[in-house]
Design a protein around this ligand. Structure first.
Ligand SMILES: [Zn+2]
Length: 306
């Protein structure tokens, strides 16, 4: 059963210009749009360009063209690539992210440590599940030395809970599922989790729709919200983790369709109904509801759940 979010709703589409958008992205955006519009909410376009190493102008352009193809409008955010670069890029808020990290470390000196492990060392020493083994936990390395990452020291018994609108009550044992995650990268820039919490709070976002594969990420962000000064409001976010699209063999779609992953959904030359129908399927609606955004919207009931 899927619960609809309580009003008033403020949500966001949060694409990353590090590749062409694929079917999974398009489904997530359409579902976010649908549930936000049903609630009469406000929708932001919040492009996540923290990692400029994989950024390409063509990927940024593809975000706007994909949203247009899908017919999805939004209330706040850049109207195109030029406006994005000028007013909305995360590169303009790096100092804000850094200040938040410094404040968090000052307020909670035992919850962070510096890590000097190389990529090779990390791979060699990885704990079961691929997590960081904690090599640098007790070394007391200096935070300000260049080339070191900062990690959160996640207490072993940390349990993150939230009432998920699609999956029901959730519990993530953060130390087991994610381990001591990076909050500041070796290049001195805030990690994705930090920037994401700060940006969502700055925009007043209170409803986040994402795939089931991001549960651990959500748990990390909820943990950070209690630790980053002034971000506790993030813990009141309403989360909806939708099921992932599977192909006929039961594989995650984005992994199994490498070609479309590389070229993006737009390059397939299909009609947007392929996305709308996938959304209808995810919501358990008749496939016919996926003819258009209007039929999807009309198929949603007025009561609080589906
Ligand atoms: Zn280390």
């Amino acid at each position: 059963m899927l619960q609809f979010p309580s009003v008033p709703v403020v949500s966001r589409l949060a694409p990353t210009p590090s590749g062409f958008l694929h079917l999974g992205n398009a489904v997530n955006f359409t579902l976010t749009w649908l549930l936000t519009r049903r609630a009469g909410g406000t929708l932001h376009l919040r492009i996540d360009d923290l990692d400029r190493a994989r950024f390409r102008p063509a990927y940024l352009d593809n975000i706007f063209r994909t949203l247009e193809w899908l017919g999805l409008d939004y209330d706040q955010g850049p109207s195109g690539p030029a406006e994005f670069e000028r007013y909305y890029s995360q590169q303009q808020r790096l100092a804000e992210y850094e200040a938040a990290l410094q404040a968090a470390r000052t307020a909670h000196p035992t919850l962070f440590y510096a890590c000097r492990c190389s990529r090779t060392e990390l791979a060699r020493a990885a704990a079961p599940g691929g997590h960081y083994s904690g090599t640098c936990q007790t070394l007391g390395l200096p935070f300000e030395a260049s080339g070191l990452a900062w990690r959160a020291r996640v207490p072993p018994t940390t349990a993150i809970i939230w009432p998920d609108l699609a999956q029901g009550p959730q519990l993530v044992a953060l130390a087991e599922e994610l381990g001591d995650f990076v909050v500041r990268k070796k290049d001195g820039m805030a990690a994705y989790q930090v920037a994401s919490v700060l940006d969502d709070q700055r925009l007043g976002v209170n409803f986040i729709v994402r795939g089931q594969d991001l549960r651990a990420s959500t748990a990390a962000q909820l943990w950070l919200a209690e630790v980053l000064p002034g971000q506790a409001g993030f813990t009141r976010t309403q989360f909806l983790h939708h099921n992932l699209l599977l192909d006929a063999a039961g594989q995650k779609l984005s992994k199994s369709t490498q070609t479309s992953q590389q070229r993006g959904i737009l390059a397939e030359g299909a009609a947007p109904q392929v996305v709308y129908r996938a959304v209808a399927t995810l919501l358990g609606l008749p496939v016919g509801a996926g003819e258009s955004l209007a039929t999807l919207r009309a198929a949603l009931p007025e009561q609080n759940s589906l």
